[in-house]
Structure formats: C-alpha cells, structure tokens
Design a protein around this ligand. Structure first.
Ligand SMILES: C[S@@+](CC[C@H](N)C(=O)[O-])C[C@H]1O[C@@H](n2cnc3c(N)ncnc32)[C@H](O)[C@@H]1O
Length: 251
C-alpha cells in the first residue's frame, strides 16, 4: 500500500466513530435495504435493480448504505473498504439488520483477494475516487473482478465541485486539471491525501480498462451544506455517473 493510502487508512480508522454517529443520526442504514431508493438515485437505479441472485461488489463502501440497498435488492454483496474500523461498524449493522454481506478489507488499487470475472456488478461512488492516488489502477482492478458483460457503475460527486475547495468568495480555490496530491492535516494532526480526477479521467479509465460506456450523466443541483461547497454550487451538477459494460471480446 502506498504511503498516501496508508495515511488515508489511518484517517478513516480514526474518524470512524465520528462518521458512525453522523450516520446513526441520519438513520438511512437502518431502512435502505427495505427502501433502496432512499440511497440509490433514479439515474443509478436502472443499473442496480436487476441484481437479484447475482454477485455484486461495492468498492470504498464506507457507510455501506449502497451495499445494504443492493442486499435488499437481492444481490450477494461483497463490501470492500480500506478502513477496518468502518468495516467493523458495517459488519455490526449488517448483523443487526440480518443482512448477509461479505466484508473485505482492501485497498481498491490492489484487489488481490478477489477473483477475476467474479461479479455481475461493481459499484463505487460517493467520494471514493478522491482518496485514490491511481485512478486507472483502481478502475482496472474494478473491471478485472467483473465478469464479461458485467456492469461497472462509477457514481461520484461531480469533479467540478472540487474547484471550490478553499475558495475565497467567487474565486476558485483549485485548478480543474491539477490532480494533486492535496495534503491536508486534520485537527488531530493526521495527514490525508486527496486527488482531483476530472470527468474525462473517470470515463477514459473505464474505456482503457475494457469497458464499453453505456451511460454518462451529470445531475443534481444541491449543495451538501459543507463550508467549501457554498460558492454558487447550487448552479452546478452535484453528481457524475459513468456506467460501462465489460467488453466480452477483451477477456
Ligand atoms: C467518503 S467515503 C465514501 C463511501 C460512502 N459513499 C460513504 O459516504 O460512506 C470514502 C470511503 O472510501 C474508503 N477508502 C479511501 N481510500 C480507499 C482505498 N484506497 N481503498 C479502499 N477504500 C478506500 C474510506 O475508508 C471510506 O470508507
């Protein structure tokens, strides 16, 4: 694991309790298996709803709301995250809900514990790619574990939002094409490393990994109420959706 990913792992482990409390207040993890549309957007739903009986994988699963929604839709879910602490919290929640989810601790750029051609669907999103230093390797691992004809869903916060990180008033804080790494230090003194992948970086990574792109969408106009997200973001897209099918010929 790279030094940057190791630092990010330590950060996610250290902040797991904080996220747990926030997610408990939101409460979605308790009901999203019964009502997947609480956490699956209308744009994503056509690609997730046919998973009954199929092996599916969520990469960078975090709060596991998508993983639980996929379990509720009948998928046989493998949930992958770099943070042992976040996985432990999700494992306990799955037990509470009676959901059968397989949890795997792994860096998404090295999924050696997962077999080639194993899954009908691989989903990642909700701020995962920003933590990953090598997007092409991440996506190529995601496609490696997909079966031929399987579906890759990348459902990220729109990269354009990152331009307003550390912005002052209407002045942009970041350049679109400056991928990073961006080093931050938490209040507790922990370093973290983030990356700004562009729209075309996500699409091209899927194409180069052997996917035929079947859907690209940009949608939503909400801000998250985060301090960095206040500057005119309500007029910009919130989400980027890239869906590919693993090419049968390249395998
Ligand atoms: C902002 S969350 C996104 C997931 C989910 N949408 C959520 O909001 O909880 C980012 C997640 O990615 C995980 N993560 C960060 N870097 C990773 C890596 N290199 N490999 C696997 N997981 C990673 C973190 O541990 C965290 O759970």
């Amino acid at each position: 694991m790279s030094e940057q990913h190791e630092a990010n792992r330590a950060f996610w482990n250290a902040s797991a309790e904080w996220w747990k409390e926030r997610e408990d207040r939101r409460g979605l993890w308790r009901t999203c298996h019964e009502n997947p549309s609480l956490v699956v957007s209308p744009a994503e739903m056509p690609f997730l709803q046919g998973v009954r009986g199929q092996a599916v994988c969520v990469l960078g699963s975090g709060d596991n709301e998508i993983a639980f929604a996929l379990a509720g839709l009948g998928g046989r879910v493998t949930s992958v995250d770099i943070s042992e602490q976040r996985l432990e919290i999700a494992r306990e929640r799955a037990r509470t809900l009676g959901l059968d989810v397989d949890f795997v601790q792994s860096d998404v750029t090295d999924l050696r514990d997962l077999h080639d051609d194993a899954f009908a669907l691989v989903y990642t999103g909700g701020h995962v790619s920003v933590w990953v230093s090598d997007l092409r390797r991440f996506v190529s691992e995601a496609v490696r574990i997909l079966r031929p004809g399987g579906v890759l869903v990348i459902s990220e916060y729109h990269p354009i939002r990152r331009l307003w990180l550390e912005a002052e008033g209407p002045r942009l804080g970041r350049r679109y094409f400056e991928r990073g790494p961006y080093r931050y230090t938490t209040e507790e003194g922990l370093p973290t490393f983030e990356y700004h992948w562009t729209v075309s970086d996500h699409i091209q990574a899927a194409v180069d990994a052997g996917c035929r792109i079947v859907k690209v969408d940009e949608y939503g106009e909400e801000t998250e109420g985060e301090s960095w997200a206040e500057s005119g973001l309500d007029k910009l897209p919130t989400y980027l959706l890239v869906v590919g099918k693993k090419d049968k010929e390249r395998t």
